[in-house]
Design a protein around this ligand. Structure first.
Ligand code: S3P
Length: 183
């Protein structure tokens, strides 16, 4: 198994803010699959959806997934839909410890609407988004670790997460894997 930490969860779950903080606390690099895709394509996620459609975006996620195999020791935030294909949860777990940032639907829905341009929300009503959330839950649920983010701020999520990850990552007091300091 790889030694990355991979954050999964619905839009608005807090993957970016928690991931950035977690990476800082662990002294690791932070990578977002959406950033890999926008850097590679030279356009934003809304532009990719508008100009090439969702199917093209999902193909770019497949490519990002292949590139993730080259990562080690990173904190990786995935786009909300990336883990939700058959075989994906297993493929992600092969890259490291997968963490589901779970939140009550109403809370993540409200957060997702507030921040960022999200093409998956455009033109869809609340019920449709809730159906998407429910359809995705079985994929997220296959994570190694689940952290409930409802009513908790990113700092608190990171503290809980560090405790949960402690044994898995064999953390030294400095946060890096044991043995690395001996090199
Ligand atoms: C998507 C979530 C987005 C981004 C794209 C599609 C989805 O990422 O990958 O707009 O299908 O849920 P966030 O989860 O960071 O919003």
């Amino acid at each position: 198994m790889g030694d990355n930490v991979i954050l999964v969860g619905f839009m608005g779950a807090g993957k970016s803010s928690v991931g950035r903080l977690l990476a800082r606390r662990l002294g690791r690099c932070f990578v977002e699959t959406d950033d890999m895709i926008t850097a590679q394509e030279g356009r934003s996620i809304p532009q990719i959806f508008a100009q090439r459609g969702e199917a093209h975006f999902r193909a770019l996620e497949d490519e990002a997934m292949r590139l993730l195999a080259l990562k080690s020791g990173d904190v990786i935030a995935t786009g909300g839909g990336l883990p939700c294909r058959d075989g994906r949860p297993q493929a992600l777990r092969a890259l490291g410890t997968v963490v589901w940032l779970r939140g009550d639907f109403d809370v993540v829905y409200e957060r997702a609407q507030r921040a960022g341009a999200r093409p998956m929300l455009a033109g869809r009503g609340r019920d449709e988004i809730e159906a998407l959330y429910r359809a995705r839950e079985p994929y997220y649920r296959q994570a190694d670790v689940t952290i409930d983010t409802t009513g908790v701020n990113p700092d608190q999520v990171v503290s809980t997460l560090l405790l949960a990850l402690h044994d898995r990552l064999s953390l030294s007091p400095l946060g890096r894997g044991q043995g690395e300091g001996a090199r």
